[in-house]
Design a protein around this ligand. Structure first.
Ligand code: DAH
Length: 347
């Protein structure tokens, strides 16, 4: 047999093997055995040394042709086998489209955040600015400038966490009144602001007390501000928050930084004033503290009380949320129990 005949036979045999094989491993064996360094093609090429020199190029190129052809065929077959394996895997895999999908938990803004934002929107609509103050506050602003000097009994009602003799975490948002008044430039217009934020008191936590809660301070100062302005503003707020039929009632009260001071009640949004468990059968719900800014408080902030007057109020978003949604324990807002928080997703 000539070398060319040997090569032809080899090509034929290998083609047959390739077409008979049905798995990738044996295909790989065929490739190694036939085309590898120790395989028959290499062997044939080695026999070339016995040929006449003029025959060598012809046989050499024929051997290369055979090798290339076989390499191609093996690659083709490999691609075919791989595709078949993939199709089979896909055919075996079954997808049950009736299985319930995986729920991706979605968060929501905290209900107190939503209440604060709702109230902010109402006041922004009435031309108020939103001004935030520091939670770590000076005794000077938290008490002195709010007309609560050292040894004043009102300090006992707001006993707190001191950081040093002069620094504390604020007991109310009222110090932002002083901080805002002392900076305000009345040549640019009246002062109208609200200040939402966290406040802290050394209270023992129970269903209605929390050592941390929220307040929204309100302050308006201009010439000729009267209690009529205060009442109208509170009525507007209550109607927007609790419904168009709401009424506001003012009762005399006491705060060191207002004179006169009032407690504001809103007619019950649940029973409309007839009396129910929400309003403790009185028809009215106590909603905030308020009053006309004390002349001394104005004066301490550099505002002449003979020329200017103002009103202030402080309301509690926690209390509003409790009333509106029937939350019985203020601590629920602060426990990070998502079962509680998630109830307000749609609000
Ligand atoms: N700062 C008061 C408190 O924490 C609430 C308050 C009452 C604020 C009357 C006011 C106000 O601005 O006029 O109890």
């Amino acid at each position: 047999m000539t070398l060319e005949e040997q090569l032809e036979n080899l090509e034929e045999e290998t083609m047959e093997k390739i077409s008979n094989t049905s798995d990738l491993d044996s295909l790989n064996n065929i490739r190694v055995k036939t085309l590898g360094k120790k395989g028959p093609i290499t062997e044939v090429l080695r026999g070339m040394k016995d040929l006449a020199p003029e025959d060598r190029p012809k046989v050499g190129s024929f051997a290369n042709q055979v090798r290339n052809h076989l390499t191609q065929q093996i690659e083709k077959k490999r691609a075919k086998l791989e595709e078949e394996a993939l199709n089979q895997a896909l055919a075996e895999e079954s997808i049950d489209v009736t299985l319930p999908g995986k729920q991706i938990p979605q968060g929501t803004r905290h209900i107190l955040t939503k209440i604060v934002e709702e109230i902010e929107d109402i006041f922004v609509g009435m031309g108020y600015q939103i001004i935030e103050g520091p939670e770590v506050e000076q005794d000077h602003y938290n008490f002195e400038r709010m007309n609560i000097p050292k040894n004043h009994p009102a300090r006992d009602m707001q006993d707190t966490f001191y950081i040093s003799d002069e620094l504390l975490i604020r007991t109310h948002t009222s110090p932002v009144q002083a901080r805002t008044m002392e900076k305000h430039d009345f040549s640019k217009g009246p002062l109208r602001m609200i200040s939402p934020g966290k406040v802290f008191r050394r209270d023992t936590d129970d269903a209605t007390h929390s050592h941390q809660f929220h307040q929204i301070e309100g302050l308006v100062v201009d010439k000729h501000i009267t209690m009529g302005d205060l009442k109208g503003t509170l009525e507007e707020l209550m109607k927007k928050m609790f419904g168009e039929d709401r009424e506001v009632r003012l009762r005399p009260s006491y705060f060191p930084f207002t004179e006169p001071s009032v407690e504001a009640d809103v007619s019950c949004f649940k029973c409309g004033g007839k009396g129910c468990s929400v309003c403790k059968h009185s028809g009215w719900i106590e909603i905030l503290g308020s009053g006309m800014v004390h002349p001394d408080v104005l004066e301490m902030s550099g505002i002449d009380p003979k020329e200017y007057s103002g009103f202030a109020f402080g309301l509690g978003p926690d209390r509003i949320a409790m009333l509106r949604y029937g939350v019985e324990d203020i601590r629920s807002f602060y426990l990070n129990d998502t079962r509680f928080i998630d109830q307000f997703k749609g609000e």
